[in-house]
Design a binder for this molecule. Structure first.
Ligand code: SAJ
Length: 426
């Protein structure tokens, strides 16, 4: 099939790079969002999100005339839904954005169109939720229009490269739908494109993120065990990883972001009776900030009145995304335990967070601190020079949650350095 135009619904971390990349590869693209502020800023050439290289691609796409930004869906050969799928307070999937995107497509859906869902979704969403909504048009999926699911699998921080290079899985309602999806994404995907059915593709996505979540949970549990048994978990992991079939991930302050901390719940919610492992892994990772606070209480004594510089707020290194960030949860818990916390993130120096005091600069955050705490392994924070910090801060205690500060250099500079997952050797 040949595609000349595509309409992308949702201009967030996935929709915007996808829409722009289609446009720079020659398709006419209408990017649609329901948030008027996002539309206004994009129309002024400003981005509401940070992703390395994205500004250039969006500007190139808009300057070429191939990408236009709209608040309403316009007719196109294909429609791509890339809207958020968060969860409710009870951890059930909140599919309202997918539903409203599908309803926005309805009036424009024509015979021969392809509709693709990219949003991470519970198993059978394409068949049982999306299909019936689209068929309210009077057209039948598989006969009159094509319907597919393709998971986005790009890593924040490397989205533009991974969008093009990663293997793409496309699951069709029927083989013709999957093949049409392949023809569409071939526009820019240089990696392999593998075809399957829609529900398998949905499961593949959830399985990937669930596997990562479970693996991080075991790493976090190893850190707790190492702490109890007087072992350095980082050393133990690097030695265990010399086994040819073992690859343990990194423990840390917890699992954040809008993917790995959310997606496994879609399985648990859809089939609670058969998913005890997935649920437990989620609980381990969700409680990691509390473990961190208990550990800090044990090594530092009472937190009451202690002046802490909390360095790093993002949900992971070298991104500016603060969503579901365990670093923020730890800063809040520190404060609830009586500490006086000043936060700084080099990627979001102007972050405003409820109940937390944020600083515009590193110096501001550390100049009165008693304890320096690295919560996120941003390269800039890892590279901090302890000798220089001694001149800028009265702090003599440092806490490293991500094994990012070399112990010998910090001790030589006169710091008492504590690392998460490193128990007292006796
Ligand atoms: N984390 C650890 N230890 C590790 C790795 C990560 O504690 O060893 C933490 C991070 O600090 C962060 C969280 O886990 O808080 C998630 O970070 P991540 O880098 O593992 O993943 P995301 O959420 O940025 O992106 C994931 C990716 N999925 C997989 O690697 C299987 C990405 O490919 C997906 O496209 C993305 O989710 C998504 O959108 O679903």
């Amino acid at each position: 099939m040949i595609f000349e135009s595509v309409c992308v619904l949702g201009l967030g971390y996935i929709g915007l790079p996808t829409a722009s990349t289609f446009a720079t590869n020659g398709l006419r693209v209408v990017g649609v969002d329901v948030n008027p502020q996002i539309i206004a800023s994009l129309q002024n050439g400003e981005l509401h999100i940070y992703e390395p290289g994205l500004r250039d691609v969006v500007q190139a796409a808009m300057q070429s005339g191939n990408l236009v930004i709209r608040s309403q869906v316009e007719p196109a050969d294909a429609f791509i839904i890339a809207v958020p799928t968060p969860f409710h307070a009870d951890k059930s999937a909140d599919m309202r954005y997918v539903v409203s995107a599908a309803e926005m497509i309805l009036p424009q859906l024509r015979r021969g169109n392809l509709v693709v869902l990219e949003s991470t979704s519970p198993p059978r969403t394409t068949l049982d939720l999306l299909r019936p909504i689209l068929e309210r048009s009077g057209l039948t999926a598989g006969q009159d229009f094509l319907l597919a699911y393709t998971p986005e699998r790009v890593l924040p921080g490397q989205i533009l490269r991974e969008l093009v290079e990663n293997t793409r899985i496309i699951g069709g309602l029927d083989p013709a739908s999957a093949e049409a999806g392949r023809d569409l994404y071939r526009t820019f995907v240089r990696g392999e494109i593998l075809l399957t059915d829609a529900t398998t593709a949905e499961m593949v996505k959830l399985m990937e993120n669930t596997t990562r979540d479970v693996n991080i949970a075991i790493a976090n549990e190893f850190a707790r065990l190492a702490d109890r048994f007087g072992v350095d978990v980082w050393e133990a992991i690097s030695l265990a990883n010399r086994h040819p079939r073992v690859k343990i991930l990194n423990p840390g302050p917890g699992v954040g972001g809008h993917c790995i901390s959310v997606d496994p719940w879609f399985f648990v919610d859809a089939a609670p009776d058969i998913t005890p492992l997935i649920r437990t892994a989620r609980q381990v990772n969700d409680t990691q900030p509390h473990f961190v606070i208990d550990w800090l209480g044990r090594i530092l004594g009472s937190l009451e009145g202690r002046k802490v510089a909390a360095l790093g707020l993002a949900f992971k290194p070298d991104v500016d995304d603060l969503r579901e960030s365990p670093a923020i949860e730890i800063a809040q818990l520190l404060q609830q335990n009586g500490a006086e916390v000043l936060c700084f993130d080099p990627f979001k120096p102007d972050a405003k967070l409820p109940g937390l005091q944020t600083c515009q600069s590193l110096v501001e955050a550390i100049s009165q601190a008693e304890i320096l705490m690295m919560l996120v392994g941003h390269a800039q924070l890892r590279a901090l020079d302890p000798v220089a910090l001694r001149q800028l801060s009265p702090a003599r205690i440092a806490v490293d949650m991500v094994n990012g500060w070399p112990g010998a250099a910090w001790s030589a500079a006169g710091f008492e350095l504590h690392r998460l997952g490193v128990g007292q050797r006796v």
